[in-house]
Design a protein around this ligand. Structure first.
Ligand code: GLC
Length: 739
C-alpha cells in the first residue's frame, strides 16, 4: 500500500465540479437571475431548519422564500417540499437539502480526529464517498464537512471534529474528504457538496473554551490556520462556512478580509459561503453590530451568501437594498453563488430523490470500510509485549464504561446514528473468544463516580488478562463541550488502580473525543491503545487489533499532554531563548532550594516540557529501520525543489504499516521559525524483511513563511531535514540550503 501525500499534491487538488461546462451554467444563472424579483433573490439567501412537512414551510417554499433546508432526512418529505419549489413556485428553483454528515450518516466512521490518525487520505476519501451515498439516498446533497480547523488545545471540545494540530496533515485529509463527498461529477446522485469549515481560526479559541475570542497575528493566520482552507478551495470544495468567532475583534461573519480579499480575490474561489447557525445575528452579541439590520448589511457586504437560521437576511435585506446600503449587484452575486451550487449539483435537471434507491444504509462495503478505518486509526501508545493477545490468551475479563457503549462509542456529531447497529468491543470480543470472555462494567458510564466496583474486581482477579475500555462519553466533546480538566472523567482512574492492584495484567483502551492526559494510566497498564471514538465498527476493529488479526495503524494527529495545564501543546513550537536543556521536576527540588536552582529554561516544574506522546507517534506489531535521507542536491534556488529519498526496512517478524514523515527546520530566519514542521508524509506497508525507498519532492515554496503583512517569503539560508517515524525526530538531520 502506498499513499503518497506530498505538499505539492495538496495544492493540486482536482476540481470536483459538475461535468457541465462552466459557461453553460453561468448562462443559465444569468438567464434566471434576470427574471427574479428582489424578494425572490433574497429568498434564495435563506437556509432554515426542517421539521417535517408543514403548511408554513410549504407556503414559504412556494413563495420562493427558501433557498435551502437543513436537517430534513425523510426522502418523502424532501420530495414533497422539492415539488413545492420546482412545480409550485413561480420560477421553479429547486431547494438544496443539507445536513451535518461529519463522519458518516448511518454507518458511522471514526470521528475526524480518528480519521486524521489513519494518515491515510485514500481511506478518508473512501469513507466520505460512502457517507455521501448514504446521506444522498435520503435527499441530502450538501454536508457541512470537512472541518479543517487546526486545533492545538485539547480542552476545546471541537478538536474531535478536525484532523488535528498540523496544517499539512489536515490539508491532506480535508482534500480527501472533499473528493470523497463530491466525486468526479457533482451532478451525479450519490454525491454531496462539501463545506469547508469553519472559516477561520475557530480552533484558536482562547483557553480552548468554545466560541471564545481569538487573537491571531497575520503571520500565524497565514502559516497555520489558512493553508487547509486554501487546499480545500483549490480542491474544488463547493461551499465554505464562516466561523462563529471573532479574529482580533472582527467576527468572521462580517470579515471582508477573510471572505473577499483572501477567499475570492487571492484564491479565486467561486463557491457558496454559508454562515454558521445564527452567526450573522450573533454579531450583535459580539458587540460588532447594533441590530439585525446592521448585521445583515455587514455580512452581505463582507461576503456571506446564505444566512443559516439567523433571520437577518429575510427581514432586512430588501430595505437595505432599497436604501442603497447594500447594492443590488452584491445581492445578485450572492444569488449567483447559490444558483451555481444548485446547477453544479444538477438539481435543476434532477431535483428528486429516486425512491427506488432511497434509504440505502449499512452495505457490507460500508461496514467493511468503517472497520478498516477504525483499525487504521487505532494508536498503540505503549506495549509491554502483552499485545497482540493471539488466539488463546486464557480467561479475558472485559470491563470499563466504554466496553459496551453503543451510543458513546460513535462520538460527537452523529445526528443519524442508530445505536442498535453499533458493534461494541464486548460483542466483538465475545464473537472472537467465546466463553473465554467474562464481563462486568465496573463503572456504568464515563462520568460515573461510584467507587464500589463490586464483583468486577473479583472477576478481574480470576482472569488471565484484563481489557479495560475507558474514555469519554460522546457528549464530553464536540460543540460547546470544552473541558478544563482533560483527564479521564469520573472514577475511571481509581478503577484502573483497583484493577492493577489485582496483579493481573491490564490492557487499557481509551475511546475519547480528544487527547487525554493519561500518565498514571500508562504506568498502571501493560499496554495502552488509543481510539478516538471509532464508530459503528469500532468493536470488531479493536478486537482485531487486540488479538493481532489486524495491526494498529494509527499515528497521533495531535500531541498527548502529561497534564491539562500543558495545553495548548503542539510539536511545531518555537525554540524560545531558553530551550529546555536542563530542568528539575517538582518532586526533585531540594528544600529551600535557591531561586535559580531548577534550571532557568522553558518547562513546567510539575509537567516538564515534552508531551506524554508526540505528534506522529504510534507503535505497531513490527519494527522499522530508517536509512539516512538522500538528497538530489544540497542546495536549491528559491524557485527550485529537491528530491529526497529514504529507505525504510521492516525489521520485525510480521507485516505492518508505518507513516514515513518528512520534517524541516529553518534554524535562522527573519522571524523565529518552529523547531520543525511536517512537509510531507507517506504511509507504507512492508512485509517482514522488506525494504522500500520512499521519495518526496520538496519545493522551496513549501519553506515559505508569512510576514506581518501576510506576504509569503522564501529566505535563503541553511535548513535541517528529517525523515522519521514521528515528530520526535530521533534520527540525525541532513542539511540543505536555499541559495
Ligand atoms: C453548528 C456548528 C456547525 C454546523 C451547523 C449546522 O452550530 O457550528 O459546524 O454545521 O451549526 O448544524
Amino acid at each position: 500500500m502506498r499513499i503518497t501525500t506530498a505538499i505539492a499534491a495538496l495544492i493540486l487538488g482536482v476540481s470536483a465540479h459538475a461535468a457541465k461546462p462552466a459557461h453553460d451554467i453561468e448562462t443559465r444563472i444569468d438567464d434566471l437571475l434576470g427574471k427574479m424579483t428582489l424578494e425572490e433573490k433574497i429568498g434564495q439567501l435563506n437556509q432554515y431548519t426542517g421539521s417535517g412537512y408543514s403548511p408554513d414551510m410549504s407556503g414559504r417554499v412556494k413563495a420562493g422564500m427558501v433557498g435551502s433546508i437543513l436537517n430534513e432526512v425523510n426522502p418523502e418529505t424532501v420530495n414533497a417540499l422539492q415539488r413545492d419549489a420546482v412545480e409550485n413556485s413561480r420560477l421553479g428553483i429547486p431547494l438544496v437539502f443539507a445536513r451535518d454528515v461529519i463522519h458518516g450518516f448511518r454507518t458511522i466512521f471514526p470521528i475526524p480526529l480518528g480519521q486524521g490518525a489513519t494518515w491515510n487520505p485514500a481511506l478518508v476519501e473512501e469513507g466520505s464517498a460512502i457517507a455521501a451515498q448514504e446521506a444522498s439516498s435520503t435527499g441530502i446533497r450538501w454536508t457541512f464537512s470537512p472541518m479543517v480547523d487546526i486545533a492545538r488545545d485539547a480542552r476545546w471540545g471541537r478538536i474531535a471534529e478536525g484532523y488535528g494540530e498540523d496544517p499539512v496533515l489536515t490539508s491532506a485529509m480535508g482534500v480527501a474528504a472533499i473528493k470523497g463527498y463530491q466525486g468526479d461529477d457533482l451532478t451525479k446522485p450519490g454525491t454531496m457538496a462539501a463545506c469547508v469549515k469553519h472559516f477561520a481560526c475557530y480552533g484558536a479559541a482562547e483557553s480552548g473554551r468554545d466560541y471564545n475570542t481569538t487573537w491571531v497575528p497575520m503571520e500565524l493566520l497565514h502559516d497555520v490556520y489558512l493553508p487547509p482552507f486554501e487546499a480545500g478551495a483549490k480542491a474544488g470544495a463547493a461551499t465554505f462556512m464562516c466561523s462563529f468567532n471573532d479574529i482580533n475583534g472582527v467576527p468572521s461573519s462580517g470579515n471582508p478580509y477573510l471572505l473577499r480579499d483572501i477567499l475570492r480575490d487571492k484564491w479565486q474561489w467561486d463557491g457558496l459561503m454559508v454562515s454558521d447557525w445564527n452567526s450573522i445575528t450573533e454579531m450583535i452579541n459580539h458587540g460588532f453590530c447594533a441590530d439585525r439590520s446592521d448585521a445583515a448589511m455587514k455580512a452581505a457586504l463582507a461576503g456571506v451568501d446564505m444566512d443559516m437560521e439567523g433571520h437577518a437576511y429575510d427581514n432586512n435585506l430588501a430595505a437595505l437594498v432599497n436604501s442603497g446600503a447594500v447594492p443590488m449587484e452584491t445581492i445578485d452575486n450572492m444569488v449567483r453563488n447559490v444558483l451555481r451550487l444548485k446547477f453544479r449539483l444538477g438539481l435543476f435537471d434532477n431535483p428528486y430523490v429516486d425512491m427506488a434507491t432511497a434509504n440505502r444504509f449499512y452495505t457490507p462495503e460500508a461496514l467493511d470500510a468503517a472497520r478498516r478505518t477504525a483499525e487504521e486509526s487505532a494508536i498503540l501508545l505503549t506495549n509491554s509485549g502483552i499485545l497482540p493477545l493471539g488466539k488463546r490468551p486464557g480467561k479475558i475479563f472485559v470491563t470499563g464504561p466504554m466496553a459496551d457503549a453503543p451510543h458513546d462509542q460513535n462520538g460527537t456529531w452523529c445526528f443519524d446514528l442508530e445505536k442498535s447497529h453499533t458493534v461494541t468491543p464486548l460483542a466483538a470480543l465475545r464473537e472472537k473468544y467465546g466463553k473465554a470472555v467474562s464481563y462486568s462494567p465496573g463503572l456504568t458510564y464515563s462520568r460515573d463516580k461510584n467507587t464500589d466496583f463490586g464483583k468486577a474486581l473479583e472477576m478481574a482477579a480470576d482472569a488471565d488478562v484484563i481489557l479495560y475500555f475507558a474514555g469519554e462519553e460522546a457528549v464530553l466533546s464536540g460543540e460547546a463541550h470544552s473541558r478544563a480538566d482533560i483527564t479521564l472523567p469520573g472514577a475511571q482512574t481509581e478503577y484502573l488502580r483497583a484493577l492493577a492492584a489485582t496483579g493481573k495484567p491490564v490492557v487499557t483502551v481509551i475511546m475519547a473525543g480528544r487527547p487525554l492526559a493519561i500518565p498514571e494510566e500508562c504506568n498502571l497498564s501493560k499496554a495502552v491503545l488509543y481510539s478516538f471514538h471509532p464508530g459503528t465498527m469500532g468493536g470488531p476493529a479493536l478486537a482485531n487489533v487486540i488479538s493481532g488479526d489486524a495491526a494498529p495503524g494509527g499515528r497521533l494527529p495531535v500531541s498527548i499532554p502529561r497534564m491539562s495545564g500543558q495545553v495548548p501543546l503542539y510539536y511545531a513550537c518555537k525554540n524560545t531563548g531558553r530551550p529546555t536543556t536542563e530542568m528539575t521536576l517538582i518532586d526533585d527540588i531540594p528544600l529551600e532550594a535557591g531561586q535559580t536552582s531548577t534550571g532557568c529554561t522553558s518547562f513546567f516544574l510539575d509537567a516538564g516540557h515534552e508531551p506524554l506522546f508526540p505528534f506522529g507517534y504510534g507503535l505497531g506489531y513490527t519494527s522499522f529501520a530508517y536509512g539516512t535521507p538522500v538528497l538530489s542536491a544540497t542546495e536549491m534556488p528559491a524557485d527550485g525543489s529537491i528530491d529526497i529519498s529514504c529507505t525504510v526496512t521492516n525489521t520485525g517478524k510480521r507485516s505492518g504499516s508505518d507513516v514515513v514523515q518528512l520534517y524541516v527546520r529553518d534554524p535562522v530566519a527573519s522571524l523565529a521559525r518552529p523547531v520543525k514542521e511536517l512537509k510531507a508524509f507517506e504511509k507504507i506497508t512492508l512485509a517482514p524483511g522488506e525494504s522500500r525507498t520512499v521519495s518526496f519532492t520538496l519545493p522551496a515554496s513549501a519553506l515559505a513563511f508569512h510576514n506581518a503583512k501576510g506576504e509569503a517569503v522564501i529566505e535563503a539560508g541553511d535548513f535541517l531535514l528529517w525523515v522519521d517515524d514521528s515528530s520526535a525526530c530521533k534520527s540525525k538531520p541532513v542539511e540543505f540550503r536555499i541559495k
